[in-house]
Design a protein around this ligand. Sequence first.
Ligand SMILES: COc1cccc(-c2nc(Nc3cc(C)[nH]n3)cc3ccccc23)c1
Length: 275
Amino acid sequence: KKFTINDFEIGKPLGKGKFGNVYLAREKKSQYIVALKVLYKKELIRGKVEHQLRREIEIQSHLRHPNVLRLYGYFYDERRVYLILEFAGQGELYKILCKKGKFDEETAANYIASIGSALSYCHSKHVIHRDIKPENLLLDINGNVKIADFGWSVHAPSNRRKTLCGTLDYLPPEMIEAKDHDEKVDIWSLGVLIYEFLVGSPPFEATGNHETYRRITNVLYQFPDHVSPLARDLISKLLIKNPKDRLPLHDLLKHPWITSHVCSEKLDKLASFLV
Ligand SMILES: COc1cccc(-c2nc(Nc3cc(C)[nH]n3)cc3ccccc23)c1
């Protein structure tokens, strides 16, 4: 089915992205609510990101997991490319975290179990996301977290030089040192994410990039007193310099910090997606 813009009723703009805007939209025939991401070809060419967009579409359209935002399809006209995306009603988890300051350990553990299951599913298809951070997570109306923005995802292994735009806080040492990297980069980012959920700021945050680099490559971070021993134990098993020593994702769902906060039927469901 080839969609065109006339198949949709366009609602309010949800927000501005880097290469275009996201609108609430409804497909006329099915009355289905979606998020329509409109990208301007001129901007894509200027940003030299057309290949990245093609990869994002290819990868995200084939992924099926409750915590991975669905890409239902795409279409284009002479000036724009349109991505038909699943609509997550509560928006960016980043804004919710900013408003709340930090999450309690039970809320954080439930998000991390879902994200860990989704990443394990992606890795089973040799897809690494490479850009796991609160800005790329959405929350649906029922409070389920969704990994979005596969713009930086690639098929593992990869040594692609990531033009270091945006925050470095989530980059693992091997990407900072432009070494070969594999799925284990997402495991590191998950450790950074748990820390940021519980503390409200990322572990290696510093004023300048140089200091952030130094802290990441030397794995220098501390916990505030309120972080529980179980949470510290899990984070310390993810933020490890040598990628091979990082906790494998299938062990994540069995870690006591997760099992003590996430109900067993939810854990069983999340584990069922891991082949
Ligand atoms: C920069 O802030 C941005 C940018 C783009 C979208 C939102 C936003 N998105 C969604 N849901 C979405 C977005 C996608 C691709 N699927 N579901 C919901 C919201 C609700 C309130 C405010 C903002 C929202 C924010």
